[in-house]
Design a protein around this ligand. Structure first.
Ligand code: 4AD
Ligand code: MG
Length: 427
């Protein structure tokens, strides 16, 4: 089967081809009907002339109708892409009713019609980039000796704090949808040493921001005997690997999205600076914020901090109270933890949350109590420190956030096929 990109890129001039697709637009004149045919690879102008056999069929085609056309390829400078197909035969799969989407719709209307909007060239381009991102995540980990392993989505306790837990009725008991695989990863890392997963995570995010979903795709890794610096090395290599893959495979899509790739290219070349939390606060205040030491960094703060950057930065060693219970206190300053957030430039902010885990039983129990968590729920997790504990670190990459940054989209919902937010359950 021939695709439109083949016809537009190779020399098919004079040849007869059969193409399938949807009518991206239809222009009807007295003597000619022009159908812009769209398939996953591109758009080509197809023309039917009056007096020729398929003209009547062509006249039935409406925007977004699905069809197969056979025709001869002609070079035509006036046509988009430089080629045109003179139609000799049409087979109609489905005639479309008047298509509800036109240009200029607002965001809510478009997301209400995501099932139809999905066909647009811009959405298709984002999804192709997204596909490369997922492909690269898997190949990076597999090329680097990681085992892919899964954890349950139904869980009995929180990882990232109770505020964003989704509860479900689990045969009369209360269960939750997992926020992260991490606690299970820390059990599995003791046997497999280098592990990763790519799976949905769930957060009952009540704040409506441009970067929060209730269900997001999480690429997580856990590594035995790795410290906070080692895990940052792996994160940096992963991000560079993914961006290199997109720049190699998705030039055309990035063009469609009008993505200036300077920052992406710079990201490949430049080591990611590692800044301590207090330096990041200074940077924020230099950029006009008025943050006190100890302030948490959210969407708005990180937008300001990273808006002028042209490479991701690691923000490391946060005050203990800003981070979940499992982070290992810095031995040189136990009021801070050995953690790192990777902040994407151009205003995007956190795309990875990571750090070294507590490996000492008593410290862990203290932190569980301090956070007001029920120790009973975490006994199995504490066991991991009772029976041959090892130093280990891990991270979680928000894949949708990474796609949003790579494509430079204004909201995370644009990066996801069918986004789930506080307000959106359909389609
Ligand atoms: O920083 P977070 O909460 O870290 C963890 O969950 C760790 N347990 C991961 C680990 O060490 N295995 O989440 C990790 C990343 C964030 O940096 C962000 O990119 C993404 O997950 N993320 C979200 N993405 C979209 N919508 C949300 N509501 C998100 N919450 C977190
Ligand atoms: Mg985080």
């Amino acid at each position: 089967m021939v695709f439109i990109e083949d016809v537009l890129s190779a020399d098919y001039t004079g040849k007869t081809v059969t193409l399938r697709g949807f009518a991206n637009s239809v222009r009807k004149g007295k003597n000619n009907i022009f159908i812009m045919l769209r398939d996953p690879t591109g758009i080509i102008q197809c023309v039917s002339h009056s007096g020729e056999a398929p003209f009547e069929e062509a006249d039935r085609i409406t925007r977004e109708s699905s069809l197969e056309v056979e025709g001869t390829v002609r070079q035509d400078q006036r046509a988009e892409g430089g080629y045109e197909l003179s139609i000799s035969r049409i087979k109609i799969f489905g005639i479309a009713e008047p298509f509800p989407l036109k240009s200029g719709h607002n965001k809510v209307f478009l997301f209400d019609n995501r099932h139809l909007w999905f066909r647009s060239i811009r959405v298709t381009s984002v999804m192709k980039v997204r596909s490369t991102v997922f492909e690269s995540i898997h190949s990076f980990f597999r090329e680097n000796g990681f085992y892919e392993i899964q954890s349950p989505s139904f869980v009995g306790s929180s990882v990232e704090g109770g505020a964003t837990l989704f509860s479900v009725d689990y045969f009369g008991r209360k269960a939750f949808l997992t926020q992260s695989w991490q606690l299970y990863a820390e059990a599995m890392v003791n046997s497999l040493w280098k592990i990763y997963t790519v799976a949905p995570s769930f957060r009952a995010e009540k704040s409506r921001t441009w970067r929060h979903l209730t269900e997001f795709w999480h690429a997580e890794a856990e590594v035995a005997f790795a410290g906070n610096d080692d895990i940052m090395d792996i994160e940096e290599k992963l991000i560079k690997y993914i961006i290199k893959g997109v720049l190699e495979k998705n030039r055309r899509e990035l063009q469609v999205l009008k993505r200036d790739t300077t920052v992406l290219e710079n990201t490949l070349r430049t080591p990611f600076p590692r800044m301590r939390y207090e330096e990041v606060i200074d940077l924020a205040n230099k950029n006009g914020l008025k943050l006190d030491y100890g302030a948490d960094l959210g969407s708005d703060e990180e937008r300001v901090i990273t808006s002028k950057l042209d490479v991701p930065i690691f923000s490391v060693n946060y005050p203990k109270k800003l981070k979940p219970f499992y982070h290992k206190p810095d031995p040189n300053d136990p009021s801070h933890v050995l953690c790192n957030d990777l902040l994407a430039p151009e205003g995007y902010g956190e795309i990875i949350g990571a750090g070294q885990r507590i490996d000492d039983k008593d410290t862990l129990i203290d932190r569980i109590k301090e956070e007001g968590l029920n120790q009973k729920d975490y006994e199995w997790y504490i066991d991991l420190r009772r029976y041959g504990s090892i130093p280990h670190s891990g991270f979680g990459l928000g894949v949708d956030r990474l796609v949003m940054w790579i494509c430079k989209l204004p909201h995370i919902a644009y990066a996801v096929p069918f986004p789930r937010t506080m307000r959106r359950l359909f389609p």
